[in-house]
Design a protein around this ligand. Structure first.
Ligand code: 4AD
Ligand code: MG
Length: 479
């Protein structure tokens, strides 16, 4: 008989039907005559209760079933007598695929800390929290492709190995197959990368934007969705060394169009989650409330997860220039009372996450789009205004800070060259990028959404290491 998934069983509740259900044991309670086994197959959050009579299944077999064991259960679905579930499976036959030694299996039917679960990331998929997070992650990936497909965008695979550093922050991971103990050297004694695999120095990409721009200047509307890598030594709850980024790039769009697109896209993703992932969201909403119970009132989230998602879905983002934001911050209480770690003294200061969160959580109380930053704190490719600012936009979210970074691009050849020279970026090495400004250049704009930052927001989880299956952070590449 073919296996029936728990998702299907709970959706249709086909009572009196005989079926085979397969999954992992979450819990077993046994009395003299009967055992109740909570079976989960990951297809949905909910588990199925299996009722196994000792007389039918046998004490020997039942005594080998513990939390973590994997089973195939043949049985008949019945309306449940219990309060907790509507249906249960009356077992006729049970096969054990794999046992789990209760003395050694690390996951027991009790609360484990997220820190502990990170140490057993290979098993944490088997908890409600991580199965919910990963089902949501899948749904968001699907929704991202669906949004762009439905809006006439084409997906472009940008390269993972590249010779450029799009953001110019120098935080790249080198890619080489030279013998690090004995690398070839040039006359000056420097490593001779012309002898390396690609005949030049290469690194893992920090962004797919530059290649997306090339494609946008032909296909008009494109997006990339790929892994990006940054060797930032930041051990924070919001930074990964390997993360996924979504980067749409649109020909003929200006900064206003770019903001409209980003806001509509983010709200679509939130709506999609609310409409399609309700059971997992309800679970995560309760999880967050539970986790915050022990905190003092002023440290708890102002809104529950679902309330927060609905709020962002239903309210317009505040659009503010960097210059306006600096005025607000300069005059803010935490700045005057020197409560910020970085005091805002003057125009030109780079904003830290504490400032971003002040604007979003205290001042405006909703997502904020900050635009027109000083050119000196932004990348070379941004469209220059007449003053010392560029047409950049960062979207700031509650609890997260920056979730999106983007801009209108400098499409005027001479201006771009001048800026690159000022910033010591070789226009020769970037000849292919320069060509797009030489031939048929057009205004265009795009942005990057950090996928795991979005997942933090949608799941209400507090640490970015818990919204990607296998986090890569400084000193950590286990699993
Ligand atoms: O602001 P960033 O650096 O922008 C770019 O890379 C542009 N090329 C995007 C574009 O215009 N096409 O990064 C974009 C987003 C950030 O807003 C943040 O959400 C996320 O990527 N991000 C990170 N997420 C996790 N860990 C890190 N270390 C991140 N660095 C950036
Ligand atoms: Mg940024």
């Amino acid at each position: 008989m073919k296996r029936t998934e728990i998702r299907e069983i709970l959706a249709k509740e086909p009572v009196e039907k005989q079926m085979v259900v397969k999954g992992w044991v979450r819990n077993k309670r046994a009395s003299k005559n009967v055992a109740f086994i909570t079976l989960n197959d990951g297809s949905v959050l909910s588990s199925l209760q299996v009722v196994a009579e000792v007389e039918k299944i046998g004490q020997d077999l039942l005594s080998r079933i513990h939390t973590g064991a994997s089973l195939a259960v043949t049985g008949v679905l019945k309306e449940s007598q219990g309060q907790k579930q509507k249906v249960e499976l009356e077992a006729q036959e049970i096969t054990i695929y794999g046992e789990a030694d209760p003395e050694k299996y690390p996951l027991q039917p009790k609360k484990h800390s997220l820190e502990f679960l990170r140490e057993i990331a290979h098993l944490r998929f088997r908890t409600n929290t991580f199965s919910a997070v990963n089902r949501l992650r899948h749904n968001m990936i699907f929704a991202i492709h669906k949004y762009f497909h439905d809006h006439g965008f084409y997906n472009i695979h940008s390269p993972i190995i590249t010779a450029s550093d799009a953001e110019g922050a120098g935080e790249t991971f080198h890619v080489t197959n030279l013998d690090l103990n004995n690398p070839p050297k040039d006359e000056k004694g420097n490593v001779d990368y012309s002898k390396d695999f690609f005949g030049r120095k290469t690194n893992l990409t920090v962004s797919g934007q530059l290649e997306a721009e090339l494609a946008a200047l032909a296909l008009s509307k494109v997006y990339t969705f790929g892994p990006t890598f940054r060797a930032e030594n930041s051990n924070t709850k919001r930074h990964l060394a390997e993360f996924w980024m979504i980067e749409p790039e649109v020909a003929f769009n200006d900064l206003d169009d770019n903001m409209d697109l980003a806001e509509d896209f983010l709200k679509y993703l939130i709506r999609f989650a609310l409409e399609n992932c309700r059971e997992d969201l309800d679970f995560l909403d309760n999880r967050q409330k539970d986790a915050e119970k022990s905190l003092p009132q002023n440290q708890r989230s102002a809104m529950g997860l679902i309330e927060k998602l609905e709020f962002v879905r239903d309210n317009e983002f505040e659009r503010v220039t960097y210059t306006e934001a600096i005025d607000i911050l300069k005059n803010s209480k935490p700045n005057k009372k020197k409560k910020f770690n970085y005091i805002i003294e003057q125009w030109g200061a780079d904003l830290q996450s504490e400032h971003e969160r002040y604007l979003v959580e205290k001042h405006f109380n909703k997502p904020v789009i900050l635009t027109d930053y000083p050119k000196d704190i932004k990348a070379f490719y941004m469209k220059q205004n007449d003053d010392d600012t560029v047409r950049a936009m960062d979207i700031l979210f509650p609890q997260i800070g920056e979730i999106v970074g983007g801009s209108q691009r400098e499409e005027v050849y001479d201006k771009l060259v001048r800026r690159m020279e000022e910033m010591n970026i070789s226009t020769e090495e970037m000849w292919w990028f320069m060509d797009t400004r030489k031939y048929g250049t057009v205004p265009h704009a795009g942005f990057g959404l950090g996928f795991e930052r979005m997942m933090l927001f949608v799941t209400g989880m507090g640490n970015i290491r818990d919204v990607i299956p296998f986090p890569r952070t400084p000193q950590n590449a286990e699993f």
